[in-house]
Design a protein around this ligand. Structure first.
Ligand SMILES: Nc1ncnc2c1ncn2[C@@H]1O[C@H](COP(=O)(O)OP(=O)(O)OP(=O)(O)O)[C@@H](O)[C@H]1O
Length: 234
């Protein structure tokens, strides 16, 4: 399989006064094009730190990150902004929508950032929001807000979709619907999807499951037969 991203001995160290936190210790990982990768691990194991580095939101302290062969770990702000804008879609636990904009406007804002966006109305219809796109986030349920946020990420047709606890604030059934949307985007658009969660059963939908502990990867497992999210139980 082709490598989309290569993480090579990444460390991330935070200094807080006298205290040093090793959020990542010499972590290496290849992410393959077109896969669904689920990163599991307990709170504080470094999952979000790794995801933020993958997304160019943060730089490693040492080690290198390559995206399609380009070394981004020492890239300047301008290049990283371009990378985030054009290649990455983010989905967060608490949606991070702009409250003063409607669902449609939130998605349009993202579409305007890239050269070749998908059609806003079509993407909103695909996530099941055709009827509710003129509502503001405060007028939507959590699941609807997360749909907007997935549409906002997907409209850019990004190569890499990074999702940090995308079901963390949702009930069980709604969570499964959201995961099914991520699978659909992976299948239909070919976006590589990385999902961070502490919810172990979600690993069953992945092509590969990465386990983290104390800032390192302790296991990488391949799933011969990933389950559709509807069949995952937690
Ligand atoms: N900006 C920061 N400054 C200082 N320490 C940080 C910072 N961000 C993360 N850390 C620390 O780095 C470690 C890894 O944090 P991270 O958020 O990556 O873990 P996580 O596995 O995503 O946890 P959770 O599931 O609770 O979100 C933790 O010990 C955390 O306290």
């Amino acid at each position: 399989m082709d490598v989309l991203m290569k993480l090579d001995r990444i460390t991330k160290t935070y200094h807080m006064g006298e205290i040093t936190v090793n959020a990542l210790r010499e972590t290496s990982l290849d992410v393959f094009q077109g896969e669904i990768l689920v990163i599991l691990g307990p709170s504080g194991s470094g999952k979000s730190t790794l995801l933020n580095i993958m997304g160019g939101m943060d730089l490693p302290t040492t080690g290198e990150m390559f995206f399609l062969g380009e070394n981004l770990s020492r890239a300047g702000d301008k290049r990283l902004t371009g990378y985030r804008r054009n290649e990455i879609g983010f989905v967060f636990q608490f949606y991070n929508l702009i409250p003063d904009l409607t669902g449609r406007e939130n998605v349009e804002l993202a579409a305007d950032l890239v050269d070749e966006p998908l059609k806003v109305q079509e993407v909103l219809a695909e996530v099941g929001l055709a009827e509710r796109m003129e509502h503001f986030p405060s007028q939507m349920s959590g699941g609807e807000q997360q749909r907007v946020s997935i549409a906002r990420a997907a409209v850019k047709n990004p190569r890499l979709l990074l999702c940090d606890e995308p079901t963390g604030a949702l009930d069980y059934q709604t969570g499964k619907l959201i995961l099914a949307l991520l699978v659909k985007i992976n299948r239909e658009r070919g976006s590589t999807v990385v999902i961070v969660t502490h919810n172990t059963p979600i690993g069953d939908m992945a092509h590969r499951v990465v386990r983290m502990r104390d800032g390192t990867i302790t296991e990488i497992r391949e799933n011969a037969a990933p389950l559709p999210p509807e069949r995952i139980e937690w």
